[in-house]
Ligand binder design. Sequence first.
Ligand SMILES: Cc1ncc(COP(=O)(O)O)c(C=O)c1O
Length: 377
Amino acid sequence: MSQGEERFRIADLIGARVQGMQEYAPEPLAETARRLGVPMETLIKLDANENPYGPTDRAAQVLREYGEHHRYPDPISRRLRQAIGAYIGVDPEQVLVGNGSDELIDLLLRLFRPAPDASGGIGQVLDCPPTFGMYSFYGVANDMQVIELPRLPDYAVDVAAIEALCEKDPRPKVLFVASPNNPDGQLLPEPALRRLLALPLLVVLDEAYIEFAGGSRAGWVAERDNLVVLRTFSKWAGLAGLRVGYGVFPRALAPALLRLKSPYNVNGAAQAAALATLEDVAQAQERVRLLVAERERLFRRLQGVAVVEPHPSAANYILCRVRGYSLEELRQRMEAQGILLRYYGRGGLEQCIRISVGTPEQNDAVIAALEALPPRS
Ligand SMILES: Cc1ncc(COP(=O)(O)O)c(C=O)c1O
């Protein structure tokens, strides 16, 4: 027994909230290839809403030539924030860059989490599942009470339920809404956003996929003190592995977030690649157009496939309800052909899969594999 163990069992002292948390550890592609016994390059990876085209040529070149690995990066991403401000038409002072937009979800909640004596701050997070899992994850991680207000059967946000809750308990809360939502791909309609902004809520509008939809509300942040818009380079710009996200924050919050964040949260190569993407944005935008056209084609083709029922999407993925096959059997059949999709199964997503839009060839392969499955009742 070591000295420490005589005084206490260290494992017993881990915060209770962590016991119930799930490790987030999707299988890396190389591991999947080994498990399936096939070369990694043959796999059709459509399970994480990544961009199949990768970074732009300019960003890839900047990464190849990047020579600052031995230096600390700009801690407050000055040039990148300027470029983001120009790209989306907002004041760079209101932009903050993060290690993926994930980090900014956490940072924002850390800004508001009440002190240990439960004084001040915001203690409650509103989550509208099914949606992106990191809102509740970081809510729990920050000791906040996560209140779930499930979406309606068509996956629209239940605005009336949120209004009723705020009426009953008017204490300020943080509400997360993804628009388009992950996994169904539906945008939050403007009247719904206006109703939410009228409530005692800090509305965090997560626009991770907005380039595939159009109609960003980032410009609204300048006029309001209770709206945050999150965006990312992971999807449209093909930089998921480098981890660059950003947010547009009300003037009253941006300086506080800059003080609170980790010093070098966005590494130098990531900043350089994101900047290069914005300096020559045409290629990324052309790929977005291709992916949107492919999304529409994939949707139309899936409508004609007996074993799935696709849900219309404004993002780079399509949610489908599966008919006649268990998700496990479907997974096995798809994996046997090297096709990786996202399988759900709980929380309003029973019998659901999500297909990320790939290249035309990848999409053809998915369509063919699903079409080949004999219909079952
Ligand atoms: C709705 C939504 N928000 C945020 C993210 C995370 O983005 P990032 O890679 O910038 O952390 C994702 C990634 O899947 C997402 O689906």
